[in-house]
Design a protein around this ligand. Structure first.
Ligand code: PMV
Length: 359
């Protein structure tokens, strides 16, 4: 018999939400209580790289290595579920085309690594699960057999909610959907990266310690106890999704920045409204908010426009969205006020085509 090695390698970057996902209406399917919207960063700085191989001659089971260490694939766990769903999609393709190799019947070995410290609280699950689904879909040749990126995002979602948004580059919405089976809870492209290429994300690592309350436990507690979350879900997010999409379509940085900061603030207010309360930001995070607020106040006065938008996820690290023309001056001010900072690049002011600069 012909001897083939079936192998695929893909990368996926992290994404940083500007309208936050916080709350599940189904924990098993990972269905959110509100839609969300994010920017997928470039591959250069924060990404997962995953290789998957079909063991056509081997017996045994699926196996997984993360950053070189083997991890157990727990039966009924999220990774197992993703593998199951991907196999089912491959089986459908095989059923329609009998000449295709029956890859769905072989075990897979998967190795994944991040090019950034996994413990740094920088959304490694989004890039990791997204890279896993992208790699398996390539291995199984699904895109050329009519499987869309949105339907792949439906599976990535079941690995980690925010991972569904990293299946697309650029500006991406995760539509919460209405169906109980989650078939309409998928990521969709709002605009490609090229639509607004001079957007940069500056990542200010305030602490690289592992975060306190994991997102799954935190969301569960917020859904169970916060009245503010109910207000946010019903009366804030739907209109904000509309305004955010419109701001992106129009490349209106002021509107984008205003909505981004308001949404980060409300997400952390919702955490504070949780019983017992969840604190993700620390004193340095809050000092960065004050600095950005002051920068924007001065710029509004002088030039009638905003220069930076801060946003924080489930940890103290800041992400600043800044337009290319303002990256140098914003970084200068950050480094002046936080002089112990180091940048991860020899020349932080070197401008790049891709919208990501790590600090
Ligand atoms: O997908 P998870 O479980 O890592 O949750 C991510 C939640 C936030 O990062 C705080 C917000 C978001 O939309 O990414």
């Amino acid at each position: 018999a012909a001897h083939h090695v079936y192998e695929a390698t893909c990368t996926a970057p992290v994404n940083i939400a500007v309208v936050k996902y916080w709350g599940k209406r189904s924990t098993s399917l990972i269905l959110p209580t509100n839609s969300s919207l994010s920017v997928t960063l470039s591959q250069d700085h924060l990404r997962s790289l995953t290789t998957a191989r079909c063991m056509v001659d081997g017996q045994g089971t699926d196996r997984l290595w993360l950053n070189g260490e083997e991890e157990e694939i727990k039966a009924g766990g999220r990774t197992a579920r993703c593998l199951e769903e991907m196999r089912a999609m491959r089986q459908e393709v095989e059923a329609k085309n009998a000449s295709l190799p029956k890859l769905s019947s072989y075990p897979v070995h998967i190795a994944s690594e991040n090019n950034f410290p996994t413990a740094a609280g920088l959304a490694s699950s989004a890039s990791g699960l997204s890279a896993l689904i992208a790699t398996l879909s390539t291995l199984y040749d699904l895109p050329s057999n009519g499987v869309s990126t949105s339907s792949l995002s439906r599976i990535a979602r079941q690995g980690s909610g925010s991972a569904c948004r990293s299946m697309f580059g650029g500006y991406v919405a995760w539509e919460m959907g209405a169906r109980e089976d989650g078939s309409d809870s998928v990521a969709v492209e709002v605009a490609p990266k090229e639509h607004w290429p001079d957007m940069h994300a500056l990542i200010l690592v305030v602490s690289d310690a592992k975060k306190g309350t994991p997102s799954t436990a935190g969301m569960q507690r917020t859904v169970a106890t916060s009245a503010l979350l109910q207000h946010r879900i019903e009366h804030v997010v739907p209109a904000r999704m509309e305004r955010m999409s419109a701001a992106i379509q129009a490349r209106d940085f002021d509107a984008f920045a205003k909505e981004t900061m308001a949404d980060s603030n409300q997400f952390h207010a919702v955490c504070l409204d949780t019983e017992p309360p969840i604190f993700y930001m620390n004193d340095v995070s809050r000092a960065i908010i004050q600095l950005v607020t002051e920068l924007n106040r001065v710029s509004l006065e002088k030039e009638g426009r905003l220069v930076a938008a801060y946003t924080y996820d489930a940890g103290p690290n800041a992400v600043l969205y800044v337009q290319e023309k303002d990256v140098k001056s914003v970084l200068e001010v950050v480094l002046r006020y936080f002089p112990q900072s180091t940048t991860s690049f020899p020349d932080p002011f070197q401008t790049q085509a891709d919208p990501s600069t790590a600090l």
